[in-house]
Write a protein that binds this ligand. Structure first.
Ligand code: GLU
Length: 302
């Protein structure tokens, strides 16, 4: 069993209402945490892509499907000092450099030999002090990690051993906002999160995050990247696919319990209150195949 304070979490970005894919991931994160005796935390990842009012709506929807979390949800915007401290520690160890590249420059730069597609080509890695001085006049710098490896391995409960690319990824964007990969690592450690359950679109980020945690001397976490929900064209579910949020599904005649039950059945679990699903939950039985969701028609005017 994990230590008493060990936690799992769900960490949505408040950029819109949660859809059945997000809600299903939240339910799975809760099941993984509760079935292993962990506390379950909700963290509002509002550093970026945050829109007023959506954090509250997301929390209300999580509660509506029956999720209960421990303590008050933490907001990343209230924790900027923690991210800055981590950057200072990395910088003191010589692991941070300023980067002045625009997206277009990165896209056009020849990639470094043997580097995986999309890896930062290292343009600003070895600028001299006077070059940096000159470039700062044109554009504020982003901060990048001076990575010492090209790949890193993690173990995932659903995907097994996964080795993925690590490049000089951004730690702080050039608008001063801490980058997701930094914030998530700092927060998980600060909140004693040792179990990360989230959508498998983030599986490729896990090696970068685990590597960063190791540089900061932070404990490693158990990962479970769960399958996404896709639309009938096998693309990641999105709001434009129709009735996919609790609110819009209500207009199509599905009450919250119907939505919860559909999500549970899609994972092979019994319908009904979440405690019943908890009794039947076994991570080994989970599929890595996506759930195809065909939204019901909404009748005009509700
Ligand atoms: N905030 C991220 C998202 O909504 C998830 C971060 C995570 O679970 O690590 O996609």
């Amino acid at each position: 069993m994990p230590p008493l304070s060990a936690a799992g979490r769900f960490a949505p970005s408040p950029s819109g209402d949660l859809h059945v894919g997000n809600l299903r991931t939240a339910i799975l994160a809760w099941l993984f945490a509760r079935s292993t005796g962990r506390t379950f935390l909700v963290r509002v990842e509002d550093l970026d892509r945050s829109r007023t009012g959506f954090a509250e709506r997301q929390l209300a929807d999580l509660a509506a499907v029956g999720l209960e979390w421990d303590g008050n949800p933490v907001l990343q915007t209230a924790r900027r000092g923690l991210y800055q401290d981590a950057i200072v520690r990395l910088a003191d160890a010589g692991l941070v450099y300023e980067c002045f590249c625009t997206r277009a420059e990165i896209a056009e730069a020849p990639s470094a030999p043997h580097a995986p597609a999309g890896a930062y080509p290292g343009t600003c890695r070895n600028l001299t002090a006077s070059e940096r001085e000159r470039r700062r006049r044109d554009r504020p710098a982003a901060l990048r990690l001076r990575a010492g490896v090209a790949e890193f391995s993690i173990t995932d409960q659903l995907h097994g051993a996964v080795t993925g690319a690590v490049d000089d990824f951004v730690l702080r964007r050039n608008d001063g906002v801490p980058a997701y990969n930094l914030a998530v690592v700092v927060d998980d450690a600060a909140q004693a999160v040792d179990q990360v359950v989230r959508g498998d679109d983030l599986l490729t980020s896990a090696p970068r995050q685990a590597y960063l945690a190791s540089l900061l001397g932070l404990p490693s976490v158990d990962y479970a990247h769960v399958p996404l929900v896709l639309n009938t064209h096998h693309r990641r579910l999105a709001k434009r696919d129709g009735a996919v949020t609790l609110d819009s599904l209500r207009l199509a005649g599905w009450d919250t319990a119907n939505v919860r039950d559909a999500m549970l059945r899609s994972t092979g679990l019994p319908a009904g209150p979440l405690d019943r699903a908890l009794g039947a939950f076994s991570p080994e039985a989970l599929s890595t195949e996506p759930w195809i969701f065909d939204p019901p028609e909404t009748t005009p005017g509700g």
